[in-house]
Design a protein around this ligand. Structure first.
Ligand code: EPZ
Length: 418
């Protein structure tokens, strides 16, 4: 098992480059089965979850190759519609294959995606919506068997703007005759990116980023698609949090600040100077952060739940107390106990966490509990006095590309040990 060793207390300086968005590439890789052709996807990040998605595609009979930063998926040879449990459990978001496999094969079989560290990850909204489109669903002991009945587009109102459910409906509706309107759709930038990919594949879809998304299904698909994935807004925000915590001045390039403005505004309210351009953001940390108004996570364009833990790690050192309210996931405070081992003062009560700022954090042996919780420990370790050892870093590798190289390039004393 690998671990990260960080000798903290060194300000960060220099420029980092955002990679392609993890939460874009995963649904786009699933969508690559729809056109039964060649899909050249540029700016693909080299992440553990991407390799898990590639393993599912190969299992389904697709050819998957890498060419530099592009991943090429040829789904012409797809000859299966089942995903075995061991592949489903590799990553929680594997349920995103349900819609596209149904669209391509008319049937799909998979197991319930593993719950994860953020609490139960239900898929009731996915299944109810697909049922409304005409999919016949049988569940039996954790396995899901789906078959397309008479597929007819219609209005589907989501009880909450679920990112995954929105994506699964977009992907399945591409094979329904008639119009499907998703009401109360998720509005994340990754939904817009999926829409752009689907349009290049010949699917008529519009409205991504707004409340309603409309898909006109049943049209011809294009056999060759080339696409560039948008930059990762959470990776970008994590760089800014690390600099806010450790001090210094850092510029993030090849990113899209408009996608994480809720985070840059919060860091400004915490005393940082943040300048942004079309595709860059630069932060200058203050001598000491000050506690901002309450941080409430919400669906996009609200404050992103994925940035909650890295921001919390930085605000552990602020002057004053910060109130966090995690309104998206049931159990997204598991990093708090690990931060407390480093001297943080955090009180968790249900969906609320109160962070009382301390003068300093001290290095300690800690464990990554989940992807973004692990990133938060790295942020804290960069700011802490002394050595921090982070174990179970395979969680971090799911969403951050060689994190030790990225931060060493900014002057951090950080290394990976196997
Ligand atoms: C996506 O997860 C992201 N993952 C998550 O990023 C992100 O935190 C989340 O959206 C919210 O922005 C990917 O895109 C691969 P949801 P998803 O469906 O689709 C409940 C990261 O760290 N819900 O919008 O699973 C659910 O339990 C990851 O990069 C139901 O109740 O999120 C949660 O409380 C973590 N029933 C809330 O909705 C359902 O059928 C939001 O979930 C579906 C979801």
């Amino acid at each position: 098992m690998s671990r990260l060793i960080i000798n903290g207390g060194r300000p960060l300086h220099g420029a980092a480059r955002a990679g392609g968005a993890k939460n874009s590439i995963l649904p786009i890789l699933a969508a690559a089965v729809v056109n039964g052709g060649e899909n050249i996807i540029h700016n693909c990040p080299d992440l553990k979850d991407v390799h898990s998605a590639a393993a599912i595609l190969r299992h389904l009979g697709c050819r998957v190759d890498w060419q530099g930063d592009a991943i090429i998926v040829d789904s012409a040879g797809m000859d299966r519609w089942d995903i075995p449990d061991e592949l489903m459990r590799e990553m929680r978001s594997s349920v995103i294959f349900l819609g596209p496999v149904l669209a391509r094969c008319g049937q799909a079989q998979m197991t319930y995606p593993g719950g994860c560290e953020l609490g139960p990850r239900p898929i009731d909204l996915h299944l109810r919506a697909l049922g409304q489109l005409g999919v016949e669903i049988q569940e039996d002991g954790g396995r899901i068997y789906c078959r397309c009945g008479k597929m007819q587009g219609r209005d589907i109102a989501l009880a909450l703007p679920s990112v995954g459910a929105t994506e699964n409906i977009m992907l399945c509706a591409s094979a329904c005759s008639g119009q499907t309107r998703i009401v109360n759709a998720a509005r994340e930038p990754e939904i817009w990116d999926l829409q752009q990919f689907l349009r290049k594949a010949g699917v008529q879809v519009s409205g991504a980023g707004c409340r309603d998304i409309v898909i006109q299904g049943g049209g011809p698909v294009r056999r060759t698609v080339e696409h560039w994935v948008i930059p990762d807004r959470i990776e970008s925000a994590t760089y800014l949090c690390a600099c806010a915590a450790a001090g210094g001045r850092v510029r993030v390039e090849r990113t899209k600040p408009a996608y994480f403005s809720a985070v840059t505004h919060l860091l400004e309210e915490s005393g940082c100077q943040v300048e942004t351009g079309e595709d860059w953001a630069e932060i200058q940390a203050p001598r000491r952060l000050k506690a901002p108004p309450p941080v409430r996570t919400a669906p996009y364009p609200g404050f992103p739940t994925d940035a909650q833990s890295p921001v919390m790690a930085a605000l552990c050192l602020a002057q004053g107390s910060t109130v966090f309210s995690e309104n998206i996931f049931e159990n997204r405070y598991r990093h708090c106990a690990e931060l407390a081992r480093m001297g943080a003062d955090i009180r968790v009560e249900g969906r609320t966490a109160i962070v009382a700022g301390v003068e300093r954090l001290r290095g300690a042996a800690v464990k990554a509990t989940d992807l973004r919780g692990g990133a938060a420990l790295a942020v804290a370790g960069l700011a802490a006095q002394g050595q921090t050892e982070i174990r179970d870093i395979e969680h971090i590798d799911r969403g951050y590309q060689r994190i030790e190289e990225a931060y060493a390039a900014l002057g951090a004393d950080i290394r990976r040990e196997d």
